[in-house]
Each structure stands twice: as C-alpha cells, then as structure tokens.
Ligand binder design. Sequence first.
Ligand code: NDP
Length: 289
Amino acid sequence: PKGTISILGLGAMGSAIADRLRGTGYDTTVWNRTPARTEPHRAAGSNVAATVAEAAAASDIVFVVLLDHASVREHLEPVAAELKGKVVVNLTTTTPNEARDTAAWAAEQGLTYLDGAIMAVPAMIGTPASLLLYSGDENAYAIAKTALETLGTAEFEGADAGLASLKDMALLTAMYAMFGGVLQAVAMMRTVGAPAAQTARDIVAWLGAVVPLAELTVAVVDGGDYDAGAGQSVDFTRAAVASLITAAREQGTGADFLEPLMKHLDERAATGRGNADWVSVIEQLKITA
Ligand code: NDP
C-alpha cells in the first residue's frame, strides 16, 4: 500500500473519497456514526473501525468528511490524544471562522491540521474536473499532497486555515447569485409558455458567452480608479437594469433578484457617481455597523 489513511464519515462525499483512496492503493480504515454504511467499504477491502479513536490510531493521515463544524468538533475533541503525530485533513464544509477555530484548537492540542474545501460533487472525485482547496499547516499539506492529488486538482491557499473555506464560499456565492438570475429568467419566459428546459438551453449559451467577461469587468477594482471610463457607467447600467425590472413586472413575475443591484446603483447615483464605472458598487458591499 501507498500509505495508511482513515476516513471519518461515509456519506455521499466520504464514501467517494474512501473509494478513490482505496482504489488508488491506500490502506484505508473507515468509521461512520451509522455502522451499516461501512459494510460496502469492508466488502471492498477497507478496514472498519468501531470507534473514532480506533480510526484515528490506525492511520498516518485522517480525513474528516462529516456534516458540519459541530459534528467535527463533537468527534475530534475526545480523540486529540490519538490524533497526535497524525495529519488531520478536514474536508467538511465550514465557514472560514469555524475552520480557523478548529485550527486553533488543533494547534493547542499539538495536532497537524489542514482545512479543505471541495469544489466537486461525489461523482467528480478522482477526475480532472474536481478541485480541492486547502489551507492551514503547509507541512501537513506537503505530507498529504500525494494522497490529496488522487482526489482531484489540489490547491494550497495559504497558512490562514480559513482561506480554503473563504474561497469555496466566495465561488458558491457567485454561483447561487447567478442561479437566482437563472430562475428569474425562466420565470419570465414561462409567462409565455416557454418550457424551463428550453430557456435553460438559451441561458447556458448566453452565459457561456458573457461569463468570461467577468475578469475584464472587475479588473478596475484592483486599481480603484472607477472614473477611467473604460467600463459601463452607473447611469447606463441603471437604465438597463430598470428596463429589466419593468419587463419582469409587466410579465407579472417581479424582479426579486435584481432589485438589490438596482438599490446599489441608485445609491451610487445619489452620491454623484453616475458617470463612474458601475462596478464601483462593490465599494458599498461593506458592513459598516
Ligand atoms: P451526507 O449527508 O451524504 O453524509 C453526511 C455524513 O455526516 C454521514 O456520514 C453522517 O453519518 C455524518 N454525520 C452527520 N451528522 C453527524 C454527527 N452529528 N456525528 C457524526 N456523523 C455525522 O453528506 P455528504 O457526504 O455529501 O457531505 C459531507 C461533507 O462534504 C459536508 O460538509 C458537505 O458540505 C461536504 N461537501 C459535499 C458535497 C456534495 O456534493 N455532496 C460537495 C462539497 C462538499 P450517518 O451515516 O450516521 O448519518
């Protein structure tokens, strides 16, 4: 075997990870809260641990793929002693601050901790389409790197353990906000009987053409000069978005996902920045409480 790896959590994602590691020659030990889920893994050649402590003791690298931050802490805290000297890789989705909190706890316990975020669905694990982000202990990353690369493209974001989660959540934010717009568009076309699947095809073609423009559109943000005049202005964008909102209302669907953007554009214009690049609304995305 290439090395010993334990996997805590055999849900859809933990199972895919265990399958891939076992399939690429690692000596795997699995644990799951509900023992029945370990059976297919035992049949396929994994060792089954009856307790988290047993799983922690069995391997040099311990992957944690549980539901959330609370479940991770519930199961790791009692086995800190067994985890000493191991590399703990937590792939459970958490917020950046939860990741930092677990990293601080691990440091207090003398554990080598790496936090990860998975930009993939279970079926993509082990294929080139899957991207996994890591942050925290760089030494842990170096030790686990070969195993991490069997799961997909591995990217180390930095020593701040929250960085992988932060990038994960930023990318998911872009996705969900965009899909909100997709729903709005499908709703508008449904008012004339267009099947959702057909509108979706049109949207995929359109977004495929315009999404690459995102890089150029926001390039001005880094320099902070919104008056250079290369991009679309606040006033131009206000007129465009106002038409979209009016059209949506005329069709009777409302424009719930666009109204927040309009609010920000209006605020920019109200402060005399109507001629500035519309992406300057980014300066308003701050909590100033
Ligand atoms: P599932 O719902 O399929 O599995 C959840 C797993 O967590 C099961 O093993 C379950 O155990 C376990 N679990 C839940 N609560 C507890 C608890 N209190 N104590 C111990 N074990 C617990 O989820 P996934 O496998 O899909 O997701 C796992 C992690 O991976 C999540 O953080 C998710 O966000 C992340 N992820 C998942 C992706 C996906 O597409 N599925 C994509 C990217 C990240 P039991 O069998 O006993 O219920």
